[in-house]
Design a binder for this molecule. Structure first.
Ligand SMILES: *Cc1c(COP(=O)(O)O)cnc(C)c1O
Length: 386
């Protein structure tokens, strides 16, 4: 075990700032106390600008998948027909949840690594022989590193039929992207704590509009821990229906302070600069990118090493010689791609580390000199953004 700082560049969990760790270490308070109520009230409110909503954001003590499930069980009635867009491993998760509870599930497949073509999707809806009640999609499909055009999709969907509920999984990008429920025609937007929101794992978030809130009350699908009406009722009392992770609620407020001091617009901009610089650098290292520029995520980047052996070598050498962790592929991309997460606390400085170590590793491995090649490209982006 190394005692020095490791560099965690996975698309969740992400590095946790010391201010947040400090909040996590404060003494415990009872969760049915005015102490906790003031923490909770702040946390529900502090998340509003991050999720682009006027409504207080619900907070569950559970991982991101819980709110994928909750968003479905509280929006879709047992006999409804609805559509799940599957563009990668997390789309598959939505599909699995859907097929666990429902029988009228329609799957719209998008090639992994591609973004949703909104026109084609609307054509698909037009050709469906069923009235559908909801559409579920990822915002960033973490397994491929695609950022889908959810605003464009939301608008087209509501033009097609304004009664359809639009539910978005933003687990791997909320906190790093500009989103607005009203502008983007989103009814429910969910996320988790351990990705761009740079907290440890353990909290899940639900943002909703008034129409969705009304729907939560009407839906008859059985659910208990994930009944969002319970969370909304408690939220109005600055509380939670079940024992919350008190420390993580405090950490939400510490997070909000950090974002406030950086300025949320600057936080978003930092993610896009890192994305652009990293993509150019990887190109310069002859590492092929899986995703086109137009829909590349600002939070995670996927690339295709030239062979399986090279892939294994890069990932393991980063870890053993430099204590840098990146991620492999998931599902059908396992063994084919590597992914660098760059969200939350991750800075341009962290990118210098991973790019220069990749230069060293590839120079050794391919017997070609890459020293300085990636950093040169990265510095061009940093210069032009200054
Ligand atoms: C990480 C992730 C999830 C699942 O979150 P867990 O906290 O592991 O349950 C869901 N959707 C997306 C897009 C993710 O990246």
């Amino acid at each position: 075990m190394n005692y020095y700082e490791p560099l965690l560049l996975t698309p969740g969990p992400t590095p946790v700032p010391k201010e947040i760790n400090h909040a996590l270490g404060l003494p415990m308070v009872g969760h049915r106390s005015p102490d906790f109520e003031s923490i909770a009230k702040k946390a529900f409110n502090n998340l509003k600008p991050i999720f682009g909503t006027e409504n207080e954001v619900m907070i569950l003590t559970s991982s991101g998948t819980s709110v994928l499930e909750a968003s479905m069980l509280n929006i879709v009635n047992p006999d409804d027909h609805f559509v799940v867009i599957v563009s990668g491993a997390f789309g598959n998760r939505f599909k699995q949840i859907a097929e666990t509870y429902y029988k009228n599930v329609h799957i719209y497949n998008v090639e992994w690594g591609q973004s949703i073509d909104v026109k084609e999707f609307i054509t698909y809806l037009n050709n469906l022989n069923h009235q559908i009640s909801a559409v579920f999609t990822q915002f960033c499909e973490t397994s491929t590193a695609v950022l889908h055009p959810v605003g464009e999709l939301g608008k087209a969907l509501k033009t097609f039929n304004q009664d359809i509920y639009f539910v978005v999984d933003g687990v791997s990008c909320i906190g790093a992207v500009d989103v607005n429920l009203e502008r983007d025609y989103i009814d429910v937007l969910v996320s988790g704590s351990q990705k761009a929101i740079m907290l440890p794992p353990g909290l899940a978030f639900v943002a909703y509009n008034d129409r969705a809130l009304k729907r939560f009350k009407e839906v008859t699908t059985p659910r208990f821990y994930l009944n969002l009406n319970k969370y909304f009722d408690s939220l109005q009392q600055d509380s939670t229906p079940f024992t919350p992770n008190v420390g993580l609620f405090r950490a939400v407020n510490a997070y909000a302070e950090l974002i406030h001091s950086e300025g949320f617009e600057n936080t978003i901009k930092r993610h896009y600069i890192i994305r652009d610089g990293l993509r150019l650098a990887l190109n310069a290292l002859d590492l092929e990118l899986l995703v086109e520029d137009d829909f590349a995520s600002p939070t995670v980047t996927s690339f295709i090493p030239t062979s399986k052996d090279e892939l294994t070598h890069i990932k393991s050498t980063l870890k053993t010689r430099f204590n840098i962790t990146i991620a492999g592929g998931q599902g059908k991309l396992k063994g084919k791609i590597l992914r660098i997460g760059h969200m939350g606390k991750v800075s341009p400085f962290d990118m210098l580390s991973v790019i220069s170590t990749l230069e060293i590793i590839l120079t050794d491995y391919r017997q070609t000199n890459y020293i300085g090649k990636g950093l040169t490209k990265f510095s061009e982006v940093i210069h032009s953004e200054a």
